[in-house]
Design a protein around this ligand. Structure first.
Ligand code: GAL
Length: 819
């Protein structure tokens, strides 16, 4: 690895490894993998010929290249948690992509250090989908069934000591009906090799807590675990560095270790920079470990100093300040990239959410990629990390229930050890809508899991996303959790608050409003489970599922009751799979409509509704629908305005349509300005917003579009690193001669990339579109789509050209900068 890579790598990963004096070396196995779908009896053996297999780079998702097909993972099931009593065929439930089956990956790695004496070598998989069997030099090294969790295995004794290449082979198997959404497939997260001395800090070997936190001082306690250290006198020198790299505390301690106990050090930091979403300050503890004056390991742990309290009747306090979660739930896929992890894609997602005012993420319903947690630490998003969608009772025929009894504790321990030093993580969730919640013994399973959290990390409370409100209020399940978390059922919150001893209620999952970007349905009315012949949902944000509700209900609950702790909206981003309300044999729908942001990373109207309330720093003024309705002349075409201002006046072609003011007339009137009786005529729609003092604050105009004239490209990513991984998201629009977006345009756009990068993927956010993401062409949806280009390792310029028949083409240049 080049020096610059090491520094970048260390910046991105915590706990991170200090290179030094050949003591510890960690590297990723990214390039030169061979992959094939199918099963091969001899593929674990070093001599197996894989030369005909596909050459791939890891992270890799074998299923995202499609093609989409209705027959992929057809599920005949009654989704009881959605109130279904009769089993029906569910199409597109897992994205209509070929994730089911067996796949093999093969690679080699080299550990020259083994020639110089005894070392320890560990392989760490951040996630492998799924039922991973890892073979080194022909022998099975480890097995880990759960595809979302990080696991590691000591492979020291399986390696060649003469410096020869070691053969790594991984067999993965995804059973049909093993998921309720698109799980991805393959080695979709990073694979690490960690080489240390025999005596060393093991994977996730430190635990940093801050027992006392105030503005003027904080105490920091670091437990350092050491392997092969029993009976030895150990000396550890630890520096604590602030985000500028300045040493703010230092300790040197000596201790004899016995019985595998950790080495404990305590520190005080004066005037600490407290971690919060508004100020995500981070510290690093850098430890040097000596035995008999010999340096045996160096280890670095990134952490934050912050105080969390959950107080009955009052709510959640971060650093002494009350706040309500403005959170979203997200599945792990990155839309057109599938499940294959990519830091710049994750960063882009988080930046969009933060601009909306979002301050928290729930990792539904699985362990996240470590890169996501690191980014949340750095950017300032709080996290609820959740491991399971199933415990010991099935939701999916081949789901995690098959492994729960044997593996749940190991999965929990890995998850907690992995993320307990990350300041962004403020609570654990032990599960989502598990059917176990209504079984007489359900509370025992919940208690077993909660106890694991308390044992491994007493600093964070535990919640669970509960949906069966009647039984959990009666059977003791809800009352034993640290934090009662409810999914939907807003009408039961007050009852839950009154009945439960915790005197707090968290919206672990809320809203599940459905909409398609740029699609509007008439008449505009609140509807549950509405379906249409075009298989879309209305972007007036008035449609939800039978079990769910509209965003306004959740806003009101958070505002009206001091004991509500805020919410995690289902979902921040659209995801592959679960195409409700078009999941019952309604192919070609294959992706969700719940997202506030669509699969192409383009905000839907709903984004601005949340932003108008949640983004306290900047104003919001957003108007819908678009104003190009040739078939609606003279018809009532309601206009909604999502705004942070209290009042606004609407004008159509200069004629006032009246002033609207937020009011208590209905829950929608509290949060939206609505002109329900506007009679459509083409032209100019203008809204003028007034501030609380009654002054004109801002205005917005939308105009009726003329004929589609040209493509337009824009990106926020003008410059990206030349690391072979970074991405630039380019928005593609069709506009008329005056630059107005043509909202119905759906033509096919072709892409060509030249220079220092390559075409990566595109998406348009249409849940019915079967265009493959990785091919350099895609249909527009509601006049827009997003194309993604990737840098190469050579700095230079990446040129993306977009062409479409009958339209003026467009070009954009992205700079790819050397590291
Ligand atoms: C919830 C469930 C989520 C998702 C959502 C859709 O009940 O927890 O995983 O299925 O419904 O509304």
């Amino acid at each position: 690895m080049k020096k610059i890579d090491i520094i970048l790598f260390c910046l991105l990963l915590a706990p991170c490894i200090l290179m030094g004096q050949g003591l510890r070396r960690e590297f990723l196995l990214e390039k030169n993998w061979r992959f094939s779908k199918g099963d091969f009896e001899q593929a674990a053996n070093a001599a197996f010929d894989d030369s005909k297999w596909q050459q791939v780079a890891v992270p890799h998702d074998w299923a995202i290249y499609g093609p989409f097909d209705r027959s992929h993972d057809l599920q005949q099931v009654a989704v009881t948690q959605n109130g279904e009593k009769v089993a029906t065929v569910k199409t597109g439930r897992t994205g209509g992509l070929p994730y089911v089956g067996i796949g093999w990956y093969r690679s080699t790695f080299d550990v020259p250090e083994l020639k110089d004496g005894k070392k320890q070598v560990v392989l760490k998989f951040d996630g492998a989908m799924s039922e991973a069997r890892v073979y080194v030099n022909g022998q099975e090294a480890c097995f880990w069934p759960f595809g979302y969790n990080t696991f590691h295995c000591d492979v020291t004794n399986l390696l060649h000591t003469d410096g020869m290449d070691n053969r790594l082979a991984v067999r993965l198997e995804n059973k049909p009906q093993s998921s309720r959404w698109y799980p991805g497939a393959g080695l979709y997260r990073n694979v690490h090799v960690i080489v240390t001395e025999e005596m060393h800090v093991p994977v996730w070997g430190t635990y940093v807590t801050t027992p006392f936190v105030s503005d003027s001082s904080a105490s920091v306690r670091i437990e350092t675990n050491l392997e092969n250290a029993d009976g030895k006198a150990i000396r550890i020198l630890t520096d604590i560095l602030d985000s500028d790299g300045k040493v703010v505390a230092h300790k040197e301690n000596q201790q004899k270790l016995n019985y595998g106990n950790p080495f404990v050090q305590n520190f005080e930091i004066g005037n600490p920079s407290l971690w919060s979403p508004e100020s995500p300050s981070l510290y690093r503890a850098v430890s040097k470990i000596y035995v008999d004056d010999k340096l045996v390991d160096q280890y670095q742990t990134r952490f934050g100093v912050r105080d969390i309290k959950f107080i009955a009747d009052k709510g959640f306090f971060l650093n002494g300040k009350l706040r309500k979660f403005q959170g979203v739930c997200n599945h792990h896929d990155l839309g057109p990239l599938g499940a294959a992890i990519n830091i710049s894609a994750l960063r882009y997602q988080l930046e969009l959410l933060m601009d909306m005012g979002c301050d928290a993420i729930r990792t539904a319903h699985n362990m996240p990629a470590p890169e996501l947690v690191e980014l949340c630490d750095e950017l300032g998003l709080m996290m609820m990390i959740e491991p399971f969608d199933e415990w010991n009772i099935a939701k999916c025929k081949n789901g995690y229930h098959r492994f729960f009894d044997e593996w749940a504790e190991r999965d929990m321990v890995n998850m907690i050890h992995h993320f307990r030093n990350n300041p962004s993580v403020v609570m654990w969730s032990i599960g989502n809508e598990v059917p176990t919640q209504c079984r007489p013994d359900g509370y025992k399973v919940a208690s077993f899991l909660q106890e694991i959290c308390h044992r491994e990390d007493p600093t964070r409370p535990v919640t669970c996303g509960m949906d069966q409100v009647s039984c959990v209020l009666e059977n003791g399940f809800a009352s034993m959790l640290d934090i009662p978390g409810f999914n939907y059922r807003v009408h039961r919150y007050e009852e839950a608050y009154n009945k439960l001893p915790q005197n707090l209620v968290l919206g672990t999952e809320t809203s599940s409003t459905v909409s398609s970007r740029g699609v509007y349905k008439f008449p505009v009315e609140k509807r549950g489970d509405a379906t249409y012949s075009d298989h879309q949902s209305s972007s007036y944000d008035m449609e939800h599922c039978s079990w769910s509700n509209l965003p306004d209900d959740d806003f009101a609950l958070a505002e009206d009751h001091h004991w509500t702790m805020g919410q995690f909206v289902w979902t921040g981003f659209d995801y592959l799979g679960e195409p409700s309300p078009y999941d019952t044999d309604a192919w070609p729908n294959h992706s969700s409509m719940f997202g506030i942001i669509d699969l192409a990373s383009i905000p839907k109207d709903r984004y601005y509704l949340y932003r108008s309330l949640w983004n306290k720093k900047e104003s919001t003024l957003h108007m819908l629908p678009h104003w190009t309705w040739p078939d609606r002349v003279g018809e009532k075409t309601p206009v909604f305005v999502y705004t942070s201002y209290p009042r606004a006046e609407l004008f159509l072609n200069g004629k006032s349509q009246g002033i609207q003011e937020k009011s208590n007339q209905s829950v929608q009137h509290r949060y939206r300005l609505m002109w329900m009786d506007v009679l459509y005529e083409p032209g100019e729609l203008k809204v003028i917003a007034y501030d609380t003092a009654g002054n004109v604050a801002e205005e917005k105009i939308i105009r009726t579009a003329g004929k589609p004239y040209k493509l337009e490209l824009e990106t926020n990513h003008d410059t990206i690193p030349a690391d072979g991984k970074s991405l630039a998201y380019v928005r593609v629009k069709v506009v008329d001669k005056e630059g107005n977006i043509c909202p119905d345009e759906g033509s096919l756009v072709h892409f060509d990339v030249k220079g220092a990068g390559s075409y990566r993927a595109a998406a348009n956010g249409d849940p019915t579109c079967l265009d493959m993401f990785h091919l350099p062409q895609m249909h527009l949806f509601s006049g827009q789509l997003t194309a993604i280009v990737q840098s190469s390792e050579q700095p230079g310029y990446i040129l993306l050209e977009a062409k479409s028949k009958g339209l003026k083409s467009a070009k954009i240049t992205v700079k790819s900068e050397g590291l």
